[in-house]
Design a protein around this ligand. Structure first.
Ligand SMILES: NC(=O)c1ccc[n+]([C@@H]2O[C@H](COP(=O)([O-])OP(=O)(O)OC[C@H]3O[C@@H](n4cnc5c(N)ncnc54)[C@H](OP(=O)(O)O)[C@@H]3O)[C@@H](O)[C@H]2O)c1
Ligand SMILES: *[C@@H]1O[C@H](CO)[C@@H](O)[C@H](O)[C@H]1NC(C)=O
Ligand SMILES: *[C@@H]1O[C@H](CO)[C@@H](O)[C@H](O)[C@H]1NC(C)=O
Ligand SMILES: *[C@@H]1O[C@H](CO)[C@@H](O)[C@H](O)[C@H]1NC(C)=O
Length: 342
């Protein structure tokens, strides 16, 4: 008997509690997803270049830029995976005549040069360059064919070379923007000592990642300084943190190992951003009208944030820049602009 009386009560309490819990879960989830970029700004007639474009955050960046009217070059390590990514984007409503897949492996300077050369032959200007590709916690110390540590070359040096090679095209656009997808992890980097980055001794996967991401922020600041010296140039360069996203970047971590993968999946799905959420800040930095002329800054959640203290030392940024030019086989800056077009 008591059951019949107790039942409605129980459900009454249960249901409003349930409603509250569900509501709270939605609010927390919305907060975790972070700021979404909603500005009505077109990308019509713009030419964009995105690295690591076949998956994760890069693919979502390509999608948004294409939907807003841009012609997008998708630079991918593997042509086949690139074409597959493009086909998926077309399926999601992108315009295929404005999606161009190019092969570019950042761990091979020759491949970066070849790719930059092809783009130079096809385009007169580039409005947006997004350096997004990366490996994280690559498990072993390995030198590339160019003699550099793999994470350092993939995340930093390869992009450094690409940026330098595309600079003439970027300068040819009315107001070009370079966006580097860095990471919060750059805060955890030790000071960069270029004389030891390519050495096996004391190599550490976490430091290798943090360091490459710190170098990106430093590059933004030094390149800004250099571009500002050149008054005719209207190229801007900013770095950003996309937020923690559920993508394949975890592939080299224990979280990708089978039993753990399935256990962690529901938590990751709830707690981490989607790749689309992660693409919001890079897109904002690439096209928002609010950032006209802004350069050398670091963004997170579509807002300017302070970057690591270490990236604020101009001398250190300059030293890194000089040694990176050398590491990529490029000459002095002021004389290099013609030489690097070959
Ligand atoms: N996910 C996060 O939580 C998070 C947090 C902070 C920062 N970020 C940054 O966000 C960016 C995008 O990460 P994501 O999460 O989208 O990662 P992802 O899903 O692993 O995508 C990385 C992309 O980079 C490409 N790539 C890797 N090595 C390459 C190489 N040698 N040459 C050319 N392309 C290469 C990959 O190509 P393949 O498909 O061929 O491997 C892939 O397209 C990265 O810069 C990362 O540091 C991510
Ligand atoms: C795709 O974009 C091109 C160039 O902007 C345009 O001419 C064409 O009509 C678009 N195609 C579709 C199906 O919207
Ligand atoms: C972007 O990264 C490239 C290479 O990692 C570097 O040359 C450039 O200065 C960086 N720019 C920003 C804004 O971090
Ligand atoms: C970097 O190279 C430039 C040009 O050669 C030079 O003027 C500058 O002093 C160098 N900076 C550092 C910190 O080595």
């Amino acid at each position: 008997m008591w059951m019949e009386e107790g039942l409605p009560d129980f459900f009454d309490i249960f249901s409003w509690k349930l409603v509250l819990i569900v509501l709270a879960a939605f609010i927390i989830r919305a907060w975790l997803k972070g700021t979404q970029f909603k500005e009505k700004v077109t990308a019509k007639a713009l030419v964009a270049v995105v690295t690591g474009a076949n998956a994760g955050i890069g693919k979502q960046i390509v999608r948004e830029l294409n939907l807003r009217g841009a012609k997008v070059y998708m630079l991918c390590r593997d042509k086949q995976r690139g074409l597959q990514g493009a086909a998926e984007l077309v399926h999601l409503g992108c315009n295929s005549s404005r999606l161009i897949v190019k092969e570019m492996d950042l761990t091979r300077f020759a491949s970066v040069r070849q790719c930059a050369k092809e783009i130079q032959q096809e385009e007169k200007k580039i409005d947006i360059l997004i350096n997004n590709a990366a490996v994280m916690l690559y498990p072993k110390f390995k030198l590339t064919e160019d003699g550099h540590e793999t994470t350092w070359q993939t995340n930093y040096l390869g992009h450094f070379l690409l940026t330098e090679l595309l600079l003439p095209l970027l300068k040819a656009a009315p107001s070009a923007r370079i966006v580097n997808v860095s990471a919060l992890a750059h805060f955890y980097s030790e000071p960069i000592d270029v004389s030891t980055v390519d050495r096996r001794e004391r190599w550490d996967a976490r430091q290798a990642y943090a360091r490459s991401k710190l170098a990106q922020v430093m590059h933004a600041r030094e390149l800004t300084r250099r571009l500002r010296r050149d008054e005719a140039s209207s190229v801007t360069i900013n770095a950003c943190h996309p937020g923690l996203c559920y993508t394949r970047i975890m592939r080299h971590t224990p979280l990708a190992i089978t039993p753990l993968k399935y256990l962690a999946a529901p938590f990751a799905w709830y707690l981490l951003k989607t790749p689309k959420d992660g693409s919001q800040t890079p897109i904002c930095v690439a096209i928002s009208n609010k950032l006209n002329g802004v350069s050398g800054k670091y963004y997170s959640d579509c807002q300017e944030k302070a970057c690591a203290e270490m990236a604020m030392d101009d001398d250190v940024c300059q030293t890194l820049y000089n040694s990176s030019l050398e590491a990529c086989g490029l000459g002095e800056w002021d004389t290099v602009s013609d030489a690097r077009e070959d």
